[in-house]
Ligand binder design. Structure first.
Ligand code: 4AD
Length: 430
């Protein structure tokens, strides 16, 4: 196999072959510079008329952007070259040409880029975002594994709602109907009673007619769930994971963050931990003081979340929301049943809620009552009630939205760039 560009430095002074795509071609009188990328990095390949075989010199004259090529040459360390090394070319073969590649270095509108998302992914910025996404997904799973969590995959086709019936995607299921999962949480709760500490990680779906920079119809959620655990345990775990993640990215993804012009200073405070824990009531005050009042009992919208988060330089927890504005499974605070043991984590800089969770109802009768209040069919939740019938225990967990987290960490304007093929209110292509 060819050498990956990221490994070329180890071959300094030696002959190497790389395979990749042409980013750009610059022509001088007797010299041509090919910038080549292969996904692991970018290298400048230099073709000199007097050194390179005639055929190579001629061939590279009409290479077009994104042509796939194999380039051989001598690896030479050179501080002036981008990436600190160059390839002095002595062999070139064109694997496939790429005439009139639609995405050129000039500015393109968002709609055009989204229509060409399958090609847009090749740009250095999009590739950097996808690499960081992959790092986040891997790191968080390793970190959960280190903390004794077992990954248990939850189903995507489900018979009932987890997060309210208004945002369900319905699909035919032979003679019956099924819904695309809004969250793996309910199944996680069953798994937590088997394994103690579990998480699921997969795509989740919300048929929410929201056209904002934070909403996707399909997004990925990492959802840890712990048996014998409380609201405070959830906040401790969230803070531990986010802090470790930010530290990891600052250390391991600095080049990609720099490419995205994301200043490490913007993330430095989050790497220290010490996230404030406000009650809903306290948060309501903060929002009101910042000119974004809402009546007690109402959920916060984006303006309130932004105002609350703006009071802090790192993520902030808001816990104990009014029971009426949260899902049926939330454990009411026994000292004050009008609020529940729920918690949202708000990211700074206006990125809003990146994680939501809390303590679940573990009492059979109370859960039955909540299902009835929300007019959810008890039949479909029979198995979920069973968990409260045999060996019930206080348990808690949360869901971290990968795209919103990535959006904040990379400093992006819109979640559409955080997922390879975004599903938006008005877009299902490509
Ligand atoms: O607050 P949510 O709805 O929580 C749940 O689904 C719980 N059942 C999770 C749990 O406790 N296991 O969603 C959790 C997170 C949000 O904070 C947000 O980051 C993300 O999922 N999210 C979305 N991301 C993009 N587009 C959407 N439409 C989203 N809806 C939620």
């Amino acid at each position: 196999m060819a050498t990956r560009i990221s490994e070329l430095a180890q071959l300094s002074g030696q002959q190497a072959t790389i395979q990749g795509w042409l980013v750009s071609l610059r022509k001088g009188g007797k010299i041509r510079f090919l910038v080549v990328r292969d996904g692991s990095g970018v290298v400048q390949a230099v073709v000199r008329e007097e050194q390179a075989p005639r055929q190579v010199w001629e061939q590279c004259a009409d290479l077009s952007q994104e042509a796939s090529i194999e380039v051989s040459g001598l690896v030479r360390l050179d501080q002036r070259a981008p990436g600190g090394l160059e390839l002095v070319v002595n062999g070139l073969s064109v694997i496939a040409n790429s005439a009139d590649y639609p995405i050129t270095p000039k500015e393109h509108g968002v709609d055009f880029l989204m229509d060409n998302r399958h090609l847009w992914l090749r740009s250095s910025r999009q590739a950097a975002i996808l690499r960081i996404r992959s790092q986040i997904e891997l790191f968080l799973q390793v970190e959960l594994g280190r903390r004794g969590f077992v990954r248990v995959d939850s189903p995507i086709l489900t018979p009932s709602a987890c997060e309210g019936t208004t945002t369900l995607f319905e699909t035919a299921y032979f003679e019956d109907k099924a819904y695309l999962s809004q969250s793996g949480q309910l199944y996680n709760e069953a798994a937590a009673a088997a394994l103690g500490r579990v998480y699921c990680f997969g795509p989740t779906f919300r048929a929410e007619k929201s056209k904002t920079r934070r909403h996707l119809m399909e997004f990925w959620m990492l959802e840890p769930e712990m048996a014998f655990a409380s609201l405070d345990d959830v906040m401790d775990l969230e803070e531990g994971l986010i802090t470790a993640l930010v530290r990891h990215l600052l250390a391991e993804a600095s080049a990609d963050l720099a490419l995205l012009e994301r200043s490490p200073q913007a993330l430095a405070a989050a790497a220290e931990g010490g996230f404030a824990r406000l009650s809903y009531d306290q948060a309501l005050e903060v929002a009101a003081q910042a000119g974004q009042p809402v009546a007690w009992g109402e959920d916060f919208g984006s303006p309130q979340e932004t105002a609350i988060a703006a009071a802090f330089d790192r993520p902030v927890f808001v816990h104990r929301y009014p029971t009426a504005c949260k899902a049926f499974y939330m454990q009411p605070d026994l000292e004050r049943p009008e609020v529940c043991l729920s918690v949202d984590l708000l990211a700074p800089e206006g990125y809003g809620e990146i994680a939501g969770g809390g303590q679940r109802i573990h009492d059979f009768a109370l859960l039955q009552e909540r299902l009835a209040q929300q007019q959810l069919p008890e039949d479909a939740y029979r198995w979920y009630l069973d968990l409260r019938q045999w060996g019930s225990q206080p348990h808690a967990g949360f869901g971290l939205g990968i795209e919103r987290t990535l959006s904040w960490l990379c400093g992006l304007d819109h979640v559409r760039e955080t997922i390879p093929f975004p599903r938006l209110l008005t877009r299902l292509y490509p």
